[in-house]
Design a protein around this ligand. Sequence first.
Ligand code: SF4
Ligand code: SF4
Length: 244
Amino acid sequence: MGASGNVPRLDLRDEARAQAVDVKAAGRPAACVPEMHARFDHVAAETARRAAQGGRPLACAMGCASCCHSLVGMLPAEAFRLAAHVDGMADAGAIKARVRAHHAAHGAKGGAARMRERIPCPCLDPDTRLCRVHPARPLTCRAMNATDAAPCRRALETGDPALPIPTVLAPHEALQVQYDAHAALGRRLGFDTRAVELSGALVVVWDTPEAEDRWQAGEDIFAGCRVATISDAPIPRFGASESG
Ligand code: SF4
Ligand code: SF4
């Protein structure tokens, strides 16, 4: 993402670091995800508040889903949490069928191709354009923010993922902090925290007996759906895209 605008520089990295969840304390990495998400949401809400105070409120709103047409990367622990959330939904069968069909048709495509072809995330309701798994959506989705929705729409209409989007940088920084903190704990405790693609990871979790135990024991169950970064473009590093 590139950016422009006059939003005062926000630096919530310290807050995000302070809030990074200790997965060891939580016992099982997937069990800590709701708390990790709640803490991240606090950072995001503070970002939105400060952006509004600075005269450039965030444009993100329910039903605005241009950004839901790309590759969604997430932490393996989030995949277990999301899979369990879907399992508990009244229409779990329908959502699982959508995820499986999406994975079969598009699993091998990168983010740029998905945007070019306007392929929606399988968790996006095509009628309401609302996220059907909103409470368990991954950090990547929670970090999305823009101060103008029009460039997001243009990016989707033109299929050009390189179009500059005016964003506030702080959530991306906080996302990086969370990923880094998770990776450090994974190294210490012996599980693999590299990012995985949403549909592929869900299928792995649903189709692998004892998936979480096996992953936590070091088995590489996500080998076929790993993504190099959160999207398939490099994560915006601190200072890489500006207006926050
Ligand atoms: S990032 Fe853009 S497309 Fe996504 S919710 Fe915000 S304004 Fe809408
Ligand atoms: S999980 Fe939800 S918020 Fe994230 S891309 Fe899919 S539909 Fe959008």
